[in-house]
Write a protein that binds this ligand. Structure first.
Ligand code: NDP
Length: 497
């Protein structure tokens, strides 16, 4: 038996029409509208979900405001808040299989990946952030006010929650992106309205139930599924929302920033990337080849930090490209529930067409498809792992985020050349360096303008390690204690003694 049979709990969840989650209650959308979410491995309907819009967002924002101002959340001790968050982490771990099955069915990713990465990382994020709930501290400050030379002061800072936070997340890691957003918001005492992506609405609803079970009071986290242009835009521009946090495309990130200008709400953005992955001739070649394949093909390439521009030092170019292409050819493409599957489907028909379109543009502009380059089969949204060579820097496939299992390769001469190529992009999210020369690695790590530099590894994520982008890859950081900064206001209290 190689294909996992979905458990009864998930089957029941899928066969129940899913609603919005407001005030710890499941409620229909005010309009009565629903939409369906599809299984990308088959294209068949997986579940029906309530479709919220501006009216539902408004109700959810009011619930979050009430919970922020007068609910038990507002007066709860940091320790009790941390305890609830830890419990959420533990409950996610207890429901590991159910969450993983939902992620595979809704997003398409291999079950083995959801079991090993998405779900444990989400649980760990809540536990890591639970620890911070009791460690949100200000400073005492010695003042030297020149126009009051004889006065004495006691000055200090308080770090306070920002208030009601709107969070809009994408479909590539539905549960994990919810965790990245909710963890720091809750640890610092904010309340939340979360809008998941329309392609993957299920994990956040399943999580909502678990959060209520863990003791999260009503209104602290509200989940409103719906479309970006309606529910998402309403959240970004809502005057009752104090901060908006977004993960997704740079294009929509710009809309979010614009939508936030009405009440000048705080904004944090985790956006796209076109991350360079650089292999030097002195690297452990086997590790670099395997690592470079994983850097791009992990999660079907639908990873904001994917190593999608592979740069290889001249001397070993052919060997590394052949090695990555060999791995691409050997990957088993299939339904994520099949334990033999290395590469699942893309998330949607739209994403399949988008990725195919990019590869076609590369062909038309004269690039060479070393391997892959086509849809796989005619059922579901599968795309072959693809290596593209003989590119020019001005080609779309080199410049733009493809968000599929497609890597472009090019050669470089030396460290300076590698640094120039790495930084030749408006993005600055991730990067990779493969070398045995530690001095070279550190020198280049300093020169690359990106939020993460992986050395002799790739796609390593940890709740304690900050993540985010330089340049057009975003504003602010997720994870690590840095994430807490964008969920707190600093208040200076100045007391004349
Ligand atoms: P989007 O940026 O459109 O979607 C991300 C989230 O934003 C979703 O919840 C979406 O809602 C919402 N959204 C869309 N439009 C608006 C809007 N006007 N106002 C407020 N919220 C909005 O990504 P796509 O799904 O369209 O993917 C397109 C490309 O974006 C990908 O090919 C990839 O290049 C990039 N991307 C990058 C991600 C990253 O992690 N950096 C993640 C996902 C995509 P809904 O989906 O419900 O319409």
């Amino acid at each position: 038996m190689t294909t996992t049979t979905v458990g009864k709990r998930v089957q029941d969840f899928l066969s129940t029409p899913q609603q919005l989650f407001i005030n710890n209650d499941y409620v229909p959308a005010k309009s009565g509208k629903t939409f369906t979410t599809l299984n990308p491995a088959t294209g068949e309907v997986l579940a029906t979900v309530a479709e919220g819009d501006a009216e539902d967002i408004d109700i959810a924002v009011q619930a979050a405001r009430k919970a922020f101002s007068d609910g038990p959340w507002a007066t709860m001790s940091p320790s009790d808040r941390g305890r609830i968050m830890w419990k959420i982490g533990d409950l996610i771990s207890e429901h590991l299989e159910e969450f993983a099955e939902l992620e595979t069915l809704d997003n398409g990713k291999p079950l083995s990946v959801a079991l090993a990465a998405d779900v444990p990382l989400a649980a760990e994020l809540f536990r890591y952030m639970a620890g911070w709930a009791t460690k949100i501290e200000g400073n005492t400050i010695g003042l030297s006010v020149p126009f009051l030379p004889d006065a004495q002061f006691h000055a200090y800072t308080l770090r306070e929650p920002i208030g009601v936070v709107g969070q809009i997340i994408p479909w590539n890691f539905p549960l994990l992106m919810a965790a990245w957003k909710l963890g720091p918001a809750l640890a610092t005492g904010n309340t939340v309205v979360l809008k998941p992506a329309e392609q993957t609405p299920l994990a956040a609803l399943f999580l909502a139930e678990i959060m209520a079970q863990a003791g999260l009071p009503p209104g602290v986290v509200n989940v409103v599924n719906g479309l970006g242009e309606t529910a998402g835009a309403a959240l970004a521009s809502h005057p009752g929302v104090d901060k908006i946090a977004f993960t997704g495309s740079t294009e929509v990130g710009r809309l979010i920033a614009k939508g936030a200008t009405g009440n000048l709400k705080k904004v944090s953005l985790e956006l796209g990337g076109k991350s360079p992955n650089i292999v030097f001739a002195d690297a452990d070649i086997d590790a670099a080849v395997a690592g470079s394949a994983q850097a791009i093909f992990f999660n079907q390439g639908q990873c904001c930090v994917a190593g999608s521009r592979l740069y290889v030092e001249d001397d070993i170019f052919d060997e590394v490209v052949a090695g990555v292409a060999e791995i691409a050819k050997s990957m088993k493409i299939g339904d994520g529930l099949d334990s033999r599957t290395d590469l699942g489907p893309l998330v949607s028909d739209e994403q399949l067409r988008r990725v195919s379109g990019f590869v076609d543009s590369g062909r038309e502009q004269g690039a060479e498809i070393v391997t892959g380059g086509h849809r796989d089969g005619d059922r579901g949204y599968f795309f072959q792992p693809t290596v593209i060579s003989h590119t020019r820097p001005d080609m779309k496939v080199v410049e733009e985020e493809i968000f599929g299992p497609v890597v472009v390769v090019a050669a470089f001469k030396d460290l300076a050349d590698a640094a120039r190529l790495a930084n030749d992009s408006p993005y600055g999210l991730g990067s990779g360096i493969w070398t045995k020369d530690i001095s070279k690695a550190h020198k280049l790590a300093k020169q690359i303008r990106a939020g993460t530099v992986y050395v002799n590894c790739y796609n390593v994520f940890d709740a304690a390690m900050p993540f985010g982008g330089y340049k057009e890859s975003g504003w602010g950081r997720e994870m690590g204690h840095q994430a807490l900064d964008s969920y707190t206001e600093v208040k200076s209290v100045c007391v004349r003694l």
